[in-house]
Design a protein around this ligand. Structure first.
Ligand SMILES: [Zn+2]
Length: 244
């Protein structure tokens, strides 16, 4: 009896790949365009943490483990909605074009060294975090690569994360691989892979060019189709390959 059940299950799972999905969620949950672009109200967990439930639970476990090893993981940024990203984008756009006198094209290139176009941020998903160590004293901007490198205040935490973050499902997104294009090295930005991988898969099915053409924010009139295509290739997809 047991053997028959076993054979039956094996046969069924063997066939599953070739058949259309039986349940809508068979290949992972569906995400709406609004949700993927940071325009939906999603349920977030943890005061000052603001992540999807599973990512939140895992983050707390990681934080606890780090704490017992002498690091105080502090959240600098997690979920940001579309409108928050729009404010960041427009503040930088105005600063570079008006205060620094850059051309719109140069300003946009400068912004996308570290900041995303509204509607394209992984921070819209409730899975990605920017973190530092709350214990050491640090002055000025905290999210700069040098602070996580040799002799920097967050070097210890970075080494700990290199060793341990994947045990909790968190992976570095913008690695220091010199051949990687798109966003620069961000040693502070981690992503909860069990949710962000299916979300990126869903995101890749969107027509980003068409969606952005419907948006209105400062500088968008300077986006060409070629620019958006390169941006998707380099800034959205040229990341740590484990997260694809
Ligand atoms: Zn980030």
């Amino acid at each position: 009896m047991k053997r028959r059940t076993f054979i039956k299950n094996t046969a069924a799972s063997g066939m599953a790949c070739a058949l259309p999905p039986i349940f809508p969620n068979f290949y992972g949950p569906d995400y709406t365009t609004e949700e993927l672009m940071g325009k939906a109200e999603i349920e977030l967990f943890g005061e000052g943490i603001n992540l999807r439930e599973e990512a939140y639970t895992s983050f707390l476990e990681m934080k606890k483990a780090a704490y017992s090893d002498g690091f105080d993981i502090k959240m600098v940024s997690s979920f940001r909605d579309y409108y928050h990203q729009q404010r960041i984008w427009e503040r930088k756009y105005l600063k570079y074009t008006q205060e620094s006198g850059m051309s719109p094209f140069d300003a946009i290139e400068k912004i996308i060294e570290y900041s995303t176009i509204p509607g394209t941020s992984r921070h819209h998903w409730g899975t990605d975090i920017d973190i530092i160590d709350g214990f050491p004293q640090a002055s000025g901007d905290v999210l700069v690569p040098e602070k996580f490198g040799a002799g920097g205040p967050y070097e210890g935490l970075k080494l700990w994360l290199d060793e341990n973050s994947t045990k909790y499902g968190f992976y570095l997104v913008y690695t220091d691989n010199p051949r990687r294009r798109g966003f620069k090295y961000e040693p502070w930005h981690y992503s909860y892979a069990p949710i962000s991988i299916p979300m990126l898969t869903a995101y890749r099915k969107l027509n980003v060019l068409k969606l952005l053409q419907e948006e209105r924010f400062l500088g968008i009139e300077h986006f060409t189709a070629g620019f958006i295509k390169t941006y998707v290739q380099d800034n959205i997809l040229d990341i740590n390959p484990v997260l694809l």
